[in-house]
Write a protein that binds this ligand. Structure first.
Ligand code: MG
Length: 384
């Protein structure tokens, strides 16, 4: 029997997907690829198909799947949402890496859980919108949800070996994004190209904008709540501009465990793949003397209001996190198309959440419905 673990990658041409394939490429004795999937970058997908020869490949459009199936007769092809569901549930998967962007990741996550396959989760929106449902069904099926988000991987690593020790507090670190220290007036002048420049991490557009508004940290607070069963009052956020400490856990004796490293997403990806083992990496070691200082500060919750929106949504419950996520996705998409300004994102979110009357959203159907309804209403109210 082969010891090679087959990984189904949902979102293989994005930032996380390509870095995951880099780990697989360097560790052929450990890993193979069962699924590749992408939306638009067909050229890159084609190169990946040639190199990794998966059982199944999924494209967004049917015509792309058709074209590619002629060139790769040994691979099965599927497309669209149904294709992603099929890919997540494929029996050849030993692990599914969900690196899809946004809400589209939720249904495939549920399919992988249904199939009993462990998930390396890079798609935080999945947990923000449907965290109760996802964690409950994962527990019922005995499926592990392994965090790929660097902060949550750091928390997960800092929790190891402490099963008998309840933690006192989770401390998520935030880089503060490109506009750390900005006043409201400065923030109003921000342009798209400024917001797309993250100081430490190179990532996809959606998460880069979320990092600039601090919404990413808000979503991560909600994500931590679900992953670690942490009440909101046990989750703190501290700004740490160097992004060397990836997050921390404080225990009852006030001992704080932290995970440090140079900002490189391959570390949390590899940890999720190999858990509880670690894979040797060739990259440069952390040199603290060279860095010379690590600094910390409180997040500016007056100028950046998104963090409080996330805590508020957690307190409200009943679909509030789902609607916050959906509204944010829509507004970020509008900003990326330069239809609204940077501060419009948070201002409209504040208005939206102020008017939100809690509704029940327990089932997958309820969550998807609330998501659709929110997007439609946001598009209407913004009137672009
Ligand atoms: Mg993160």
């Amino acid at each position: 029997m082969s010891n090679i673990r087959k990984i189904g990658i949902l979102g293989s041409t994005g930032s996380i997907g390509t870095q995951a394939l880099d780990i697989i490429r360097k560790n052929p004795e450990r890993y193979g690829v069962s699924v590749l999937s992408c939306a638009r970058n067909i050229e890159l997908l084609e190169r990946q198909l040639k190199e990794f020869k998966p059982e199944l490949a999924v494209t967004k459009e049917e015509k792309d799947a058709r074209e590619l199936s002629k060139k790769f007769p040994d691979t099965a092809f599927a497309f669209g949402e149904e294709g992603l569901k099929e890919a997540a549930a494929l029996s050849e998967n030993d692990l599914v890496l969900n690196s899809l962007v946004g809400m589209q990741g939720l249904v495939p996550t549920c399919s992988a859980i249904e199939a009993g396959t462990d998930i390396a989760l890079a798609n935080k929106e999945t947990l923000v919108a449907g965290g109760d449902l996802v964690m409950k069904s994962a527990a019922e099926k005995g499926v592990k949800i392994l965090p790929v988000d660097s902060e949550h991987s750091a928390v997960f690593q800092s929790l190891q070996g402490n099963e008998c020790n309840p933690y006192r507090r989770i401390i998520l670190t935030a880089s503060g994004g490109p506009f750390r220290g900005f006043s409201r007036r400065q923030l109003e002048k921000v342009r798209l190209q400024d917001a797309l420049k993250h100081p430490n991490w190179s990532m996809g557009n959606k998460i880069t904008i979320d990092s600039a508004t601090l919404m990413n940290k808000g979503l991560e607070v909600i994500e931590a709540h679900h992953l670690f069963d942490a009440p909101p009052e046990k989750i703190d956020v501290v700004v740490h501009p160097q992004s060397i400490i990836h997050s921390m856990v404080e225990y009852e004796d006030r001992a704080v465990m932290a995970q440090l490293g140079l900002p490189d997403m391959r570390v949390p990806i590899a940890y999720a793949f190999a858990y509880p083992e670690r894979i040797p990496m060739e990259e440069k070691s952390l040199d603290l003397a060279e860095l010379s200082q690590l600094t910390f500060e409180k997040p500016d919750r007056e100028v950046f209001r998104t963090l409080d929106l996330a805590y508020g949504a957690l307190a409200t419950g009943g679909g509030a996190c789902c609607t916050l996520n959906a509204a944010n996705e829509e507004l970020v998409a509008m900003f990326l198309r330069e239809k609204i300004s940077f501060t419009d994102i948070q201002d409209r979110l504040v208005d939206w959440m102020m008017d939100f009357a809690p509704v029940k959203a327990d089932s997958l159907e309820d969550i998807l419905e609330l998501d659709r309804e929110t997007r439609a209403r946001i598009r209407e109210t913004v009137r672009i």
